[in-house]
Design a protein around this ligand. Structure first.
Ligand SMILES: *Cc1c(COP(=O)(O)O)cnc(C)c1O
Length: 389
């Protein structure tokens, strides 16, 4: 959509502007716009994504955010939702019916997993789960004519596994979806690898300040238009206020990511050397089993890492209580460094078998690296690690 050939960091500054000259996103809380009469009303009611009709159909503030994401993801269109889960559920229900089949990654966000295992199963939409780390498993599980969607997440939350985006994008037949939340639009561009739909919980790194709950998808205009047609009935509509904050977040995304990734790399390397840390998962580490793939498909390795602590849950419990700067909390990608014990919090609902298959052990801690001085984060971890055993 961009008419200039800028670097993505620059596009993050230029994208999603209106022609008012305002240097901040304009907040338009209006639910409804008046029309000139019957014919204009009819046109508005039947147009796709008409911004001056009724806000559930489209809203100018939300549209500015959508334009920015489409430009950053190098897609024709984008569509925002009330949350990341609003995006996940709307995509699935827009594209699948009873009797259809989905191939999905087992090692993914627990909300997505719960949606596929719960409402989808209840509606008779069958799901085959695969290990996203093995590129061939997605394609092998596709049933021609029956599989509507192939759903992946890269990097995965919380084990930081990667999916080979080019292999996923090469799958023909079903629509492919990548939840790219942990990468953000500046970290990787799945659509460039042939993936049909890029999905984000923009609540995380995109908005980046823990003040907006919002989701977004990006892809070809025709497909996004089809999902829009369902979305106005589903009603998981993005709030203009959240879209304003998310677009504000886009402006500083590159600066935040640069700093966060630098700190995450330093911390990942340092954690790898600590005696009561048994494993560290971060794609920027040479020891990450998919480091070569990460270098190939990612521009930034991300602000999130996870590590395993010796001594399991009792040690993790002690560590969380001993921290003074890093806060125990469940979101990621924001300005504060946060830590979470995935198995008992975000991923508490995951069944034991899936937890075992995806490395969701009681020792696993997810660290979302914020913007504090790295040395302070490291000192806080060092003190708490010393007290955890
Ligand atoms: C948080 C998250 C979601 C869900 O997003 P919400 O905005 O909380 O609904 C989906 N996928 C991933 C990878 C996430 O981290």
């Amino acid at each position: 959509m961009g008419n200039e050939n800028f670097e993505p960091a620059t596009t993050a500054i230029t994208a999603g502007r209106d022609d008012s000259g305002s240097l901040a996103p304009s907040l338009t809380p209006a639910t409804t716009w008046s029309s000139s009469g019957l014919e204009e009303s009819h046109r508005q009611a039947t147009a796709i994504h008409e911004t001056k009709f009724y806000s559930r159909y489209a809203n100018p503030t939300v549209e500015a955010f959508e334009h920015a994401i489409a430009e950053l993801e190098n897609t024709q269109a984008a569509l925002a939702f009330a949350s990341g889960m609003g995006a996940v559920s709307s995509v699935v229900l827009a594209l699948c019916a009873t009797g259809d089949h989905i191939v999905a990654q087992r090692n993914c966000y627990a909300g997505t997993l719960a949606f596929l295992n719960g409402p989808c199963a209840r509606l008779g939409i069958e799901v085959t789960f695969v290990d996203g780390r093995n590129a061939s498993e997605f394609a092998a599980a596709v049933r021609p004519g029956k599989t509507m969607l192939v759903m992946a997440e890269s990097p995965s939350n919380p084990h930081i596994d990667l999916v080979d985006l080019a292999a996923l994008g090469a799958i023909k037949g079903p629509i492919t979806v990548v939840d790219s939340t942990l990468a953000t639009p500046l970290g990787q561009r799945p659509h460039d690898h042939g993936v049909s739909i890029v999905l984000h919980s923009a609540t995380k790194g995109i908005a980046g300040h823990n003040d907006a709950t919002i989701g977004v998808i990006a892809g070809d205009a025709e497909l996004i238009g089809e999902i829009w047609g369902y979305s106005i009935l589903h009603g998981a509509t993005a709030s203009p206020f959240d879209a304003m904050n998310a677009l504000r977040g886009v402006r500083t995304l590159d600066a935040r990511l640069t700093r966060q990734c630098e700190s995450a790399q330093t911390l990942a390397e340092w954690l790898s050397e600590q005696k009561n840390v048994t494993a560290v998962h971060y794609p920027g580490l040479k020891s990450h089993p998919q480091h070569a793939l990460a270098k190939k498909q990612m521009n930034y390795f991300g602000s999130v890492l996870s590590f395993e602590i010796a001594g399991g849950k009792p040690a993790a419990t002690k560590l969380l209580s001993a921290l003074r700067l890093i806060r125990p909390a469940v979101t990621l990608g924001g300005t504060e460094t946060l830590i979470s014990h995935s198995a008992s919090s975000t991923h508490n609902s995951v069944d034991a078998d899936t937890k075992a298959k995806t490395g969701l052990t009681d020792s696993l801690l997810r660290l979302s690296v914020g913007l504090e001085a790295c040395v302070d984060i490291q000192r806080d971890l060092a003190t708490a690690l010393a007290q955890s055993n």
